[in-house]
Write a protein that binds this ligand. Structure first.
Ligand code: GLN
Length: 188
């Protein structure tokens, strides 16, 4: 199993470590040459979605990444990565990859509650999954029956799956629990 982790900006090194701990091959995508490498799936990490979108465009990779996901390349988007995949966003008018039938709300928890940690269950993955939120978005609405809600915290959707696309509002790579990444590898 070989997974490409976008390493343009944000929390990518932690994803690579999680994948290595699970025995998968993981490599960082910094350039179009890295993107061309053979892979079974990709991860779009958390960070700053504005910067990530700009870098995807600057590298000329935006269209290729969107097309690959639309053709079925498995993708796991965490936090900012989830924003990039959303078809709609309540408070964001930028042009995103827009491959997933979700409407997100950026920085949904406000400044005060922007960062917090909790444990919650994820459908098909398990109970007591550690969830670290950092200036996180949540999913305000699922836009089609193809998209399945996997987790909710405080009445807000924080994880979902649509075909080969998995998204979380939180950062599973920042905790010590491997189950979410393990589940993504099974998807791949
Ligand atoms: N607030 C960030 C954004 O809108 C996402 C935060 C994160 O990825 N931890 O891009």
């Amino acid at each position: 199993m070989k997974i490409g982790v976008f390493a343009l900006q944000g929390a990518f090194a932690e994803h690579v470590q999680m994948l290595h701990r699970l025995g998968a091959e993981a490599f960082e995508i910094h350039s179009p040459a890295d993107w061309e490498r053979e892979k079974d799936g990709i991860i779009l990490p958390g960070g700053e979605s504005t910067a990530q979108l700009k870098l995807l465009h600057d590298l000329g990779l935006f269209d290729a990444v969107k097309a690959a996901i639309e053709r079925g390349l498995p993708v796991f988007g965490t936090c900012a990565g989830m924003i990039l995949l959303a078809k709609e966003a309540t408070n964001d008018s930028r042009c995103r990859l827009a491959t997933m039938d979700i409407r997100v709300r950026r920085n949904a928890y406000g400044r005060q509650l922007g960062s917090f940690h909790t444990l919650s269950s994820m459908k098909g993955i398990g109970d007591d999954i550690p969830m670290t939120f950092i200036r996180a978005p949540y999913i305000a609405e699922v836009l089609s029956p193809y998209c399945e809600v996997l987790a909710e915290v405080n009445g807000h959707i924080v994880a979902a799956r649509q075909g080969n696309q998995l998204v979380t509002s939180f950062h599973p790579e920042l905790d010590d629990d491997l189950r979410v990444h393990e589940w993504f590898l099974e998807l791949c």
